[in-house]
Design a protein around this ligand. Structure first.
Ligand code: UD1
Ligand code: MG
Length: 451
């Protein structure tokens, strides 16, 4: 059976107190929406519809960036969750598989929970995801009769007896498209909030004698994010889970609580991550690599046996081959560092390629930017770049060449050549002595005048 995901993301998120739509606030450096979409991807949905409202343009752009198959539909006025799902009706016209509804602001759902809902669909027409809440607060309550879900009552509309129920509605639902849209067409807004409640489809389905049940998951999976404080908690939950998974996968985290991970961080077995390392989006660290303390990585790839840091910064497009070494206070951006090459101290290598076994001396800078455009630096294999060399791009250095310390390289260097580009040194004999005497006399005069 094919599946269509419908992700509700039109709400304003008033309590975020922000200009940014709620679902675009980041957890582990990816919009909340990306977390929901990633979980949903486990069902390999044939269709993916995002219902946007507040900040729809931004939400649409983000949704398409996360998955270019996402179709975004607009809910101009937020008249309730049933109305929101109804916005997908046209987009899904003719689709005859299952619709799974999820919320864009519920980032912790686990893929196997969705799979259990789909499995329950084999024997039931409509499946709701519920959870036991010791403190059910304002959640909708699930009114069960054995395995049958009879109705969902919103907190505002619930009687005292119904409020005493602790089995709650997560908001997730699975149903075949035709039945769901038929039921939604019947939903009215005669309730305490004057909203079109998606939850009403349960009672409507039961009136048609359809079979409705609830699958249950842990409360922490259904945690919604409504405020900045929730966002901080959500990030902490994500980090704790992701660190535990890495440890399980055979990665050494010397001080797990100090390592900050992104939604898509990939780290291989037997890699070592020292304390206080920050991973931005899109980082892969292969098996056996070491990332030393206080390094910051984003958009980069670190191969087997490479050692990075302490205090290194790898920016987007940094590609480190096997057994490379990038040391302290080195920044690498959009550059390939080939096997065995070393950039050990205080350097900036940007828009460059560095050949195998090349050594880049301390303080080397690729001057890649002329104030308007970026230019490329190409350094061959087995090159020795002397300390404090300025490589003024575009420029290339041939294999087995050398640059003298302190050189400003503005022209290409042939293979095996030594490039020497600095002012020759002159030693003026006795001149230091004279200068010292002169300066001391001047200081003495000043002190006397001040008395
Ligand atoms: C909803 C459920 C409630 C459940 C709770 C779980 C209904 C009527 N109630 O209540 O039973 O316990 O979620 O968190 O469904 N949205 C839209 N357009 C709208 C309204 C909402 O896109 O017109 C989106 C929101 O952005 C949000 C989600 O739907 O992502 C849920 O809406 P929200 O207003 O938070 O519903 P609750 O009142 O929490
Ligand atoms: Mg809510």
């Amino acid at each position: 059976m094919s599946t269509a995901l419908v992700i509700l993301a039109a709400g304003k998120g008033t309590r975020m107190n922000s200009d940014l739509p709620k679902v675009l606030h980041p957890i582990a450096q990816a919009p909340m929406l990306a977390h929901a979409m990633r979980t949903g991807a486990a069902l390999e949905p044939e269709r993916l519809v995002v219902v946007a409202g507040h900040g729809a343009d931004l939400v649409a752009k983000a949704a398409q960036q996360i998955n270019d198959r996402a179709e975004v539909v607009l809910q101009e006025d937020q008249l309730g969750t049933a109305h929101a799902v109804d916005m997908a009706r046209e987009a899904l016209a003719g689709f005859d598989g299952d619709v799974v509804v999820l919320y864009g602001d519920t980032p912790f759902l686990q893929p196997d929970t969705l799979e259990r809902m789909i499995a329950a669909r084999k024997t039931h027409d409509l499946v709701i995801l519920g959870f036991e809440a010791p403190d059910p607060a304002r959640y909708g309550r699930l009114v069960m009769d054995g395995d049958t879900l009879e109705k969902i009552v919103e907190f505002k509309d619930a009687s005292d007896a119904e409020r005493a129920i602790t089995f709650c509605n997560s908001g997730l639902m699975a149903c075949d498209a035709k039945t769901l849209f038929d039921l939604i067409a019947q939903v009215g807004n005669q309730n305490a909030s004057e909203e079109y409640y998606l939850t009403d489809v349960v009672e409507l389905a039961r009136a048609r004698d359809l079979s409705v049940t609830a699958v249950s998951c842990d409360e922490d999976q259904t945690m919604g994010v409504n405020s900045r404080a929730d966002l901080v908690n959500a990030d902490a939950v994500f980090q704790a889970r992701a660190r535990a998974e890495l440890l399980e996968d055979g990665v050494t985290l010397m001080a797990p609580d100090t390592v900050y991970l992104a939604i898509d961080t990939v780290i291989g077995r037997d890699a070592v991550i020292e304390p206080n390392v920050v991973f931005g989006p899109d980082v892969t660290v292969e098996s056996g690599a070491t990332i030393r303390a206080f390094s910051h990585l984003e958009g980069c790839h670190v191969s087997r046996g490479a050692v990075v840091g302490p205090y290194a910064r790898l920016r987007p497009g940094a590609e480190l081959a096997e057994h490379t070494r990038v040391g302290n206070f080195v920044e690498i951006k959009n550059a390939v560092i080939s096997e065995g090459a070393k950039v050990n101290h205080l350097s900036y290598i940007g828009d460059a390629t560095v050949g195998t076994n090349t050594n880049i001396g301390a303080g080397t800078i690729t001057c890649n930017y002329d104030g308007v455009m970026k230019h490329q630096t190409t350094i061959g294999a087995r090159v020795f770049i002397g300390s404090n060399t300025m490589l003024v791009a575009p420029v290339s250095i041939g294999n087995d060449a050398m640059t003298a310390t302190g050189s400003v390289i503005t022209r290409d260097v042939e293979p095996e050549a030594l490039a020497l580009a600095r002012t020759p040194q002159e030693n003026k004999l006795g001149r230091a002595r004279k200068l010292f005497d002169l300066l001391k006399a001047k200081k003495a005069r000043r002190n006397k005048e001040a008395e």
